[in-house]
Design a binder for this molecule. Structure first.
Ligand code: SAM
Length: 280
């Protein structure tokens, strides 16, 4: 078949043809591809690939895999850490929901949770939805925005699985996910504005726990340092009716721009609070 193809080709086409054959091992890999882990999930995986504009089953450095436990992002290769998925039902999220200190947690105080007060919160930097889940499990109606399509996909899948768990479904029902850039979405907000806007943009030196290190390693190629955080803060201050809360690593500088009214400091994080109106 090769011989037939060779007849009548130009020099340039021929050298590319042979280069493709002999150098196929050296061709750069795709950054990421979609994979189904079971044959029953092939068609759903192909739908995800199409939605995310991602190749299906090609040689790649990372894979978005659809398996029996849902959607997961994994680095491929011998030294790679394990996969990351959004799991609101078991593991760390379940532990924190059951034993995490409830409304006494610093994040709850930061957004203004008090007896009889459960503010409507917009988490404009949703990430894997951990902070939003904590607030939703305390009874705050949450809107989440995530702009990185890969992370938004993991979150969407985690929320869909949570909705099937009798224990966690009522919490997932309090979490509405919007995909896109929060700066634009906040500037063009329709309907009732959120009382509190919560921001946790990426910061280069975050806490060094093993889990965070693994996630940082995985997400680095896909998410930058959120250098537009000052514009995000400005848009949040213009929209929130009661307060804006910014989570930072404890020693990090404030986001450039308006100064917070006060801060709550924890072991590794700090919450900068920009009050507008008393929550009651
Ligand atoms: C540090 S992570 C947030 C982690 C999150 N608080 C959690 O508990 O999982 C920051 C996330 O914000 C997202 N992000 C940053 N700026 C954004 C913007 N303007 N609009 C939407 N998402 C944004 C990034 O893509 C990233 O996923």
């Amino acid at each position: 078949m090769h011989r037939l193809w060779v007849i009548g080709r130009t020099c340039g086409e021929l050298s590319k043809f042979w280069a493709d054959i002999f150098m196929s091992d050296e061709r750069p890999k795709a950054l990421i591809s979609m994979q189904a882990l079971t044959s029953a999930q092939q068609s759903e995986a192909s739908d995800w690939a199409q939605r995310l504009g991602m190749p299906l089953d090609v040689d790649s450095e990372y894979a978005l895999q659809l398996g029996p436990e849902g959607l997961q992002l994994v680095e491929l290769g011998p030294q790679a850490p394990g996969p990351v998925r959004v799991d609101f039902v078991e593991g760390a999220a379940a532990h924190r929901r059951l034993f995490g200190g409830g409304s006494g947690q610093m994040i709850a105080k930061a957004v203004g949770v008090q007896p009889g007060v459960r503010p409507r919160v917009l988490d404009a930097t949703a990430g894997l939805g951990r902070d939003a889940f904590v607030l939703a499990s305390l009874g705050c109606p949450m809107t989440l925005i995530e702009r990185q399509p890969l992370i938004a996909a993991l979150l969407e899948d985690g929320l869909a699985r949570a909705a099937k768990s009798p224990e966690v479904a009522p919490i997932a029902a309090q979490m509405q996910l919007l995909k896109g850039n929060a700066i634009e979405l906040m500037k063009n907000w329709q309907g009732e504005p959120p009382q509190v806007i919560y921001l946790d943009p990426m910061f280069p030196h975050r806490d060094k726990s093993a889990l965070v290190k693994k996630e940082m390693r995985l997400f680095r190629p896909f998410v930058g340092d959120d250098l537009d955080a000052p514009t995000l803060l400005q848009a949040a201050l213009a929209l929130a009716t009661h307060r804006v809360v910014v989570k930072r690593p404890r020693k990090a500088p404030i986001i450039e721009g308006a100064k917070p009214g006060y801060a709550l400091e924890g072991k590794s994080s700090r919450y900068d609070i920009y009050p507008k109106k008393k929550l009651a």
